[in-house]
Ligand binder design. Structure first.
Ligand code: GRF
Length: 215
């Protein structure tokens, strides 16, 4: 994926909860480092109570979808509905932002290299749920966050950007999460910008960025 597009890239953002990363992306598109480069065209939530839905509506996102997990009898039906919806929307990038489900392998395959996720730890350390708690319990002195391409595993895809934050002796899960979250809100738009503006290729699991098209 490269620069040179006349129109802003169309993003679909998948959410399940609070939506602060969605907000950071919306703000970056409106007046930050994604201005003119990307716009959030659709937000899809699997949770009817997600605060992210309110944020999407308040920001005037053109398409806001609820695919409530509870309205599907079987997991495969939900997976198919999501797959079909993404196919229909056909965004340039799919951004997982606090989306609490594994994306089905067929959907991952369809969007390979065009689906991103953010995780509140320095992967491959502490994948999965409660990453900040895992970090505290392990006793690490440094944690952080990672934006990566999505593959079939849980938080295992090729890494785009990472940034570290210190872990202090008196940290609680909440204080560490808040420190990491501040960085997340900067790192996710930066990663989206990177993948939209630079040529890149995969070597094994390494993302290699080529010369900047921006000069
Ligand atoms: C973030 O910490 C993100 O890294 C993780 O879930 C949290 C979502 O927060 N995947 P929010 O919904 O973006 O506020």
């Amino acid at each position: 994926m490269t620069t040179g597009r006349a129109e802003p890239a169309r993003l679909a953002v998948l959410v399940s909860g609070r939506g602060s990363n969605l907000q950071a992306i919306l703000d970056a598109c409106a007046r930050g480092e994604l201005a003119g480069l990307a716009r959030v065209e659709a937000v899809i939530s699997d949770n009817p109570r997600a605060q992210a839905l309110d944020r999407a509506r308040a920001a005037g996102v053109p398409m806001v979808y609820l695919l409530a997990r509870s309205s599907f009898r079987r997991r495969e039906e939900y997976d198919r509905a999501l797959d079909e919806l993404l196919e229909h929307l056909h965004p340039d990038l799919v951004c997982l932002a606090g989306y609490m489900r594994l994306v089905a392998p067929a959907t991952v395959a369809r969007w390979r290299g065009r689906m991103l996720n953010i995780h509140p730890a320095l992967l491959p350390a502490f994948p999965g749920l409660h990453a900040q708690r895992q970090a505290l319990e392990y006793g690490v002195r440094v944690s952080g966050c990672t934006v990566h391409l999505v593959d079939e595993g849980m938080d295992t895809g090729p890494i785009l950007l990472q940034e570290a934050v210190p872990v202090y002796p008196d940290d609680t899960e909440d204080t560490l999460a808040a420190r990491i979250l501040q960085v997340e809100h900067r790192l996710y738009p930066a990663a989206i910008r990177l993948i939209l503006t630079r040529r890149w290729r995969l070597e094994g699991r390494k993302v290699i960025f080529e010369e900047s098209d921006e000069g």
